[in-house]
Write a protein that binds this ligand. Sequence first.
Ligand SMILES: Cc1ncc(COP(=O)(O)O)c(C=O)c1O
Length: 401
Amino acid sequence: MTIHHAMPAFDFTTHRNHLGDRSSKWGNVDKFLGKKAAPDTLAMWLAQMDFQPAPCLQNAMELLRAEGEYGYFTGLDKFFEQISWWYETRHGWSPDPAHMFVTHGIGNAIGITLQAMTEPDDGIIIFSPVYNEFQGKIQRNGRTVVSSKLLVDEAGVYRMDLAGLEAQLTGREKAVLFSTPHNPAGRVWEVEELGALADFCLRHDLLLISDEIHHDLVFPGAKHVPTAVAAPQILPNLIAMSAASKTFDIAGLRTGYVIIPDEKLRTRFGALHRALDIQANRAGLELTRAAYTTEGAAWVDGLMAVLDTNRKIFCGGVNAIPGMSAMPMQSTFLAWVDFDGIGMTSEEVRQRITSDARLVPSPGEIFGLGGETWCRFNIGAPTSVITEAVARLQAAFADLQ
Ligand SMILES: Cc1ncc(COP(=O)(O)O)c(C=O)c1O
């Protein structure tokens, strides 16, 4: 007899829309726009989604509340073991729990890494356009940003230009800060590309900081392979990091983790991590543990089906507007849209999007070199919201049809 396990019913249709309240994405819309937003404005900027939380998270929160124990706690070893389990079942890597550190999110992990592993003014390479905070974190830590512009290939996706980067090197570069999968373009790097980057880093004695925070959000047709698995030769120079925060929308709990297979690097990182007394936040730890389970995995599978529908509706709708084109999305809930061919100033494009369509994407220039004519739209919301956003965009540019 075959037993069919029904997919649990998750709520991906109720919009978690917090305009004006304590959610930064919704509450800061006016500040972000620099003007009062219309009441039906749709926030599509900050990288967090608008779905109802996964039931496994709500249950974990309820258990915490019921227990009423908010003092010092145990469980860090279990947290690391569960991270290892998640990697093994979802990504084909079994990192050693003894190689892990907890951090207050990935921004914190990047800051500690830069401070522990590099010196003031050292060059830190980024592949641009990229998650805007990479540049900010490098600068605020007194290091120098070295931007290597990504190239668009004939399939319309980004490729690293390692030959161009090689010619750009001055000898002051110490590390590569790398988004894999890539924010804002949703690029899932292929094993060969990761291998070439690893070889490049080894050739130039560069640390590879592999930010894998988007690793769970990959669409059919692409496969994310952790850098440690795709290019094991880089293990002596690798600092990998991730979190459950993008996948499960728990960025407010400020919990991430760092994995350092190499002992020397681990000792160096560990010394600063201890000196700064970086310790786990219990709620973040418990919710990450609750997320990294079979129940959490079923929720992610359900989420990806919805995001897949959204990307088809959104990218299809955008590509139907003459002069606009969305980069093929291989991962994430972030759509990267080019306005270069539209024949308007970026001011006019922005005006139509924010005032006529009442949508608030992230302007491409914040992502650095190469992002100037682009916008990033967050499509991590119920499909009805994305359908509405596409209809508004099409109406705002209807004169181009
Ligand atoms: C590539 C990347 N790294 C890090 C972060 C932020 O991580 P955290 O909120 O844990 O600092 C983001 C958020 O969008 C991201 O896209």
